[in-house]
Write a protein that binds this ligand. Structure first.
Ligand code: WT7
Length: 631
């Protein structure tokens, strides 16, 4: 373990990491098991972009997550699994058991044709087999592409096609609160348009009746029976791909963010141990789904690399009631709890009666991630969950960064509600104006960029390197652009103010406006649409859609339902607009660009200052849209 313990030590470590990043990160990397040590710590340029950490190094990340812990920690719990229904018995897998399960399933993958470099799509609920599948892929060098099991068949298909997956791992169905959700059925529909897929391996969770396609589909349990319990890990290069994870951007289809083996390993363990101030024996509960980067880095890899006990929860925070998280915390004596502001706001709205029955006295550290946390939610969390005794780490990072970038170190960095506070060692944030000029000093605000590589950073977007360059490295020369706006206050503390691009953060999930608009435009009567975000009490931001319909006769309630259904089908329920306004036109400049700034203001209900609208093609449209605003 390698942990900072005082603020002075943080400062010293930070300075060292900036003065000599290579020796700093080499020092972290040396703590892992490498089959062969690297030749060079770092080679980089942000214009290509090309970033290589620990090149020439050979390793398998699962040897560091599993094999290494068999000495001394074999009987320690690696995964605690809490099912959807509180009455169903949970499962606890020791490091030894997890190791064996991973090896066994790795052999299943091999037998079903998976080899190093192949892409494997995983579309599963939060059961231990999901974590096992992820690690089994890594064991044999197959590249996992986990798709959140709430995405629609069309989204799933797009992600499978874009990365040419040959195998899909799924379940029959999923339990989510009181509902049973179809999974295999969604996969079947998706695969109608995915010729690359040769094999589907189905884990039976709900025992729902499903169709099995002869020659393509096999049962997980059947395959396991035939598999051997030992599986040699495949040796990987530090820069070989570990996984692809799709995320939304401001334009076009979701992009496959690529992370590689060595840097990802070094970065997730370091950030896990330091930000949360992990102590051996701690039980760590991150409420994310493994379908998002938070689950990859802080349910699976970070905690397991550290030899920690990670808690996986299958269900939802409000079922059977809004006390579920707190019940789980007491049941397993959770020490570190990591969740999203949107969940806190929803639980706060349910009232304290759901918190009172629980002791919560095992808790030592609380964390949040995914969106800016409002001061009320922060205080509620601090007082009612942390009882004023647990430091809160507001962790800012992204799918592209692999791990936490700006965050307090629990109990070490003085916190301020709403502030992600200070950069972690090795992270060099910079604020720039719209022209890319550095905004220095304190008490300032600008576009948040990072000026030097860190081991966990994005390497490429799968199959389209140019898109990676365009998206992250072309806006400002020689800088990685995050897409976020940010303040640096008088103390040098960072506060993320939200996206400055056309990405909307709904309940901590990134939704690209273009994606939702493309979905809506599939409706035969919709001529054009524009989607913007607006402040939402629980979700942080909600989606407000302005649509132009060619059919004057249309029943408007029906049209709204049809639009919701179309978005559901194209993306999934998380992207369904909260409000839909049918408009006769959109505010456009003479060059045809939609003035989203105006649409955002109307959606917010702020009619105070639209700025200059004289450049609009038809300035009168603003009054019309204002008049029909959906409140
Ligand atoms: C975007 C990244 C990182 C895992 C979950 C989301 C927003 C994230 C914070 C925070 C304010 C935050 C940013 C960022 N965000 N954490 N602590 N405070 N905003 O990952 O889907 O890649 O989204 O989430 O806008 O760019 P993601």
């Amino acid at each position: 373990m390698d942990r900072i313990t005082t603020i002075e030590q943080y400062q010293a470590e930070y300075e060292k990491s900036i003065a000599n990043p290579e020796s700093f990160w080499a020092g972290k990397a040396e703590q892992f098991f490498w089959r062969k040590k690297w030749d060079r710590v770092l080679e980089w340029n942000f214009s290509a972009p090309s970033v290589k950490w620990f090149s020439g190094g050979r390793l398998n990340i699962t040897e560091n997550c599993l094999d290494r812990h068999l000495q001394g920690k074999a009987e320690n719990p690696a995964i605690i699994w809490e099912p959807n229904t509180p009455e169903e018995p949970g499962r606890i897998l020791s490091y030894k058991q997890l190791y064996e399960e991973v090896c066994r399933f790795a052999n299943v993958l091999k037998k079903n044709g998976a080899k190093k470099g192949d892409r494997v799509c995983i579309y599963m609920p939060m059961v231990p087999e999901l974590a096992i599948a992820v690690l089994a892929c890594a064991r044999i060098g197959a590249i996992h592409n986990v798709v959140f099991a709430g995405f629609s068949a069309q989204s799933l298909s797009g992600r499978i096609q874009d990365s040419d997956c040959t195998i899909v791992l799924c379940s029959d169905g999923a339990y989510r609160g009181a509902k049973v959700i179809p999974i295999k059925e969604v996969v079947d529909e998706a695969l109608e348009t995915c010729p690359s897929v040769q094999r589907v391996i189905v884990f039976q969770r709900t025992n729902s009746s499903i169709k099995m396609l002869d020659g393509r589909d096999v049962y997980w349990a059947e395959e396991l029976k035939k598999a051997d319990a030992s599986c040699e890990a495949v040796e990987m290069d530090a820069e070989d791909m570990l996984f692809i994870l799709y995320t939304s951007g401001s334009t076009g289809k979701p992009k496959g963010v690529v992370h590689t083996c060595g840097g990802y390993m070094v970065y997730t363990k370091y950030t896990f141990e330091n930000v949360f101030q992990y102590n051996p024996g701690d039980v760590f509960f991150c409420t994310a789904d493994i379908g998002w980067i938070t689950g990859h880095s802080y349910i699976v890899y970070g905690p397991l690399l550290a030899g920690a006990t990670t808690l996986m929860f299958e269900g939802v925070p409000t079922w059977p009631d809004a006390g579920r998280f707190w019940k789980i915390i007491d049941k397993y004596k959770v020490n570190i709890f990591y969740t999203a502001p949107t969940a806190l706001r929803a639980l706060q709205a349910s009232g304290l009666d759901f918190v009172k029955p629980y002791k919560l006295n095992s808790l030592r550290v609380l964390g949040t991630v995914g969106e800016p946390i409002n001061v009320e939610a922060w205080n509620w969390y601090d007082q009612n969950i942390g009882k004023g005794k647990c430091p809160i780490v507001d962790t800012w990072w992204q799918t592209e960064t692999a791990g936490i970038m700006i965050s307090p170190l629990a109990g070490i960095t003085k916190t301020k509600p709403g502030y992600a506070t200070l950069p972690l060692p090795g992270i060099q944030p910079i604020l720039v104006d719209n022209e890319g000029k550095e905004i220095s000093g304190n008490g300032v605000e600008g576009n948040l960029c990072i000026r030097f590589p860190w081991p966990g950073m994005i390497r490429t977007t799968y199959g389209d390197h140019e898109r990676c360059r365009q998206n992250y490295f072309a806006t400002y020369k020689n800088l990685y652009f995050t897409g976020d706006g940010c303040k640096r206050d008088e103390d040098g503390y960072y506060r993320i103010t939200g996206r400055v691009d056309d990405v909307i953060n709904v309940s901590g999930h990134r939704i690209g406006t273009a994606e939702v608009e493309n979905a809506i435009n599939q409706h035969p009567d919709i001529v054009e649409s524009a989607v913007v975000g607006y402040p939402h009490d629980i979700k942080g931001q909600g989606l407000y859609a302005y649509v132009i319909s060619s059919n004057q006769q249309h029943d408007l309630d029906l049209l709204r339902k049809e639009i919701a259904a179309i978005v559901n089908k194209a993306i999934g329920p998380i992207a369904r607009p909260d409000k839909i306004q049918i408009v006769p036109g959109l505010p456009k400049t003479r060059s045809g660009k939609i003035m989203r700034r105006i649409l955002r203001k109307i959606a917010e209900g702020d009619f105070s200052n639209f700025g200059d609208i004289s450049t609009l093609l038809d300035p009168t449209i603003v009054e019309t849209i204002k008049g029909d605003r959906v409140s």
